[in-house]
Design a protein around this ligand. Structure first.
Ligand code: NAD
Length: 338
């Protein structure tokens, strides 16, 4: 089979690519070719695999060529992140909405003989949920909670969910949207996402660097790990339409955790000196955005697909440490623990 991952050079996309290559099959079919598209090139270990082809550049510039190229499956992950979309309205519309529509139209142009369509999994986000004065936001958002995004990014994700549902209804694709929860611990440098500090308060102290938490320790949020996210995307791809159940997006599982719980877990795993590197200094802009986010989520439909959240945040931290330990710069990223 031939697969496409948009955003295949990113945090989740590159991990998904590695997981698919390691499995070798998806939905019972052998993976012959894996095309990774992204503005950024994928990591070198992926490029070294003969099944991988990297195409670098904005997705929108590649969709014309995709109109004459058939794929069995697509994981559509390319996206500008929340902070970028707030700062640059046009960028968000172009990267997240226009690119998605052009991709869906390319897949529509490719509907094969006998009506064979590409299966597409879309990485939507918990950011589709938000606090609107007209509708109370439940403490835990469920699969059937009314999404009321309060950011441009969340709005673009929600519009794309509906487009994917409609292209599926029309028989142009077999589309499934999964709402990712906040994925921690993200390696590398802080990114433009308003949620970036959720990784920063773990990653920086582990590297021996001070981290500033811009919200109060009581703030709670639905969290998951990269590995569980990848498992979720693959399970959503492999589910039958009946098992997926309808065309509406589903929530991927999350551990609902407070900042103070995260820091307790950090202390449990890495000790009090590492925890002491986190300092609280309120940032009104970030605290204001976070105040409109759900405090937690449930994921009943995902549970029916066999997907479950982590039981504790310490496991998520341990996964990050194990990932870092396998990299050449382990000493640097885990300096705080030495
Ligand atoms: N990481 C999270 O906590 C989280 C939470 C909810 C949803 N998501 C969604 O999951 C997906 C993957 O997230 P991630 O954490 O890996 O993000 P990421 O930023 O690491 O990866 C996204 C990739 O998309 C690429 N990209 C952006 N605009 C593009 C464009 N116009 N054309 C081509 N490539 C483009 C970026 O270069 C990047 O490599 C995204 O769709 C994101 O919105 C992530």
């Amino acid at each position: 089979m031939k697969l496409l991952i948009t955003g295949g050079g990113g945090f989740v996309g590159s991990r998904l690519a590695r997981a698919l290559l390691a499995r070798g099959t998806l939905a019972g079919q052998r993976i012959e070719r894996l095309v990774l598209t992204d503005i950024a090139p994928p990591p070198v270990d992926l490029l070294a695999d003969a099944r991988v082809e990297a195409r670098t550049g904005p997705l929108l510039a590649q969709t014309e060529a995709l109109r004459t190229e058939a794929f069995d499956g697509v994981f559509h992950l390319a996206s500008a992140v929340s902070g970028e979309c707030e700062a640059d309205f046009e960028l968000g519309l172009r990267s997240n909405l226009d690119s998605t529509r052009a991709l869906l139209d390319a897949l529509r142009a490719n509907v094969g003989a006998g009506g064979k369509v590409a299966r597409l999994v879309f990485s939507s986000s918990v950011a589709v949920f938000g606090l609107d004065p007209s509708v109370p936001l439940p403490k835990l958002v469920a699969d059937d909670t009314l999404p009321l995004p309060q950011t441009s990014y969340g709005t673009q994700k929600l519009v794309c969910e509906h487009l994917i549902s409609d292209y599926t209804r029309k028989g142009y694709i077999d589309g499934r949207a999964a709402r990712l929860m906040t994925v921690t611990v993200r390696p590398g440098r802080p990114n433009g996402a308003a949620s970036s500090f959720f990784s920063g308060i773990i990653r920086e102290p582990l590297a021996g660097v001070e981290s500033v938490c811009p919200v109060s320790p009581d703030v709670s949020h639905p969290m998951t790990s990269p590995a569980r996210t990848v498992d979720g995307l693959i399970a959503v791809y492999e589910a039958s339409r009946e098992a997926f159940g309808g065309r509406a997006a589903l929530n991927l599982p999350a551990l609902n955790v407070r900042v103070s719980d995260m820091l307790d877990a950090l202390e449990e795993v890495a000790g009090p000196k590492v925890r002491a590197l986190v300092r609280f200094e309120r940032d009104e802009r970030i605290a204001g955005i976070v105040a409109n986010w759900p405090a937690g989520a449930t994921a009943e439909r995902a549970a029916r697909l066999g997907l479950h959240p982590h039981e504790n945040f310490a496991d998520i931290i341990r996964q990050y440490i194990a990932d870092c330990a396998a990299l050449p710069n382990a000493a640097e990223t885990l300096k705080g623990m030495s």
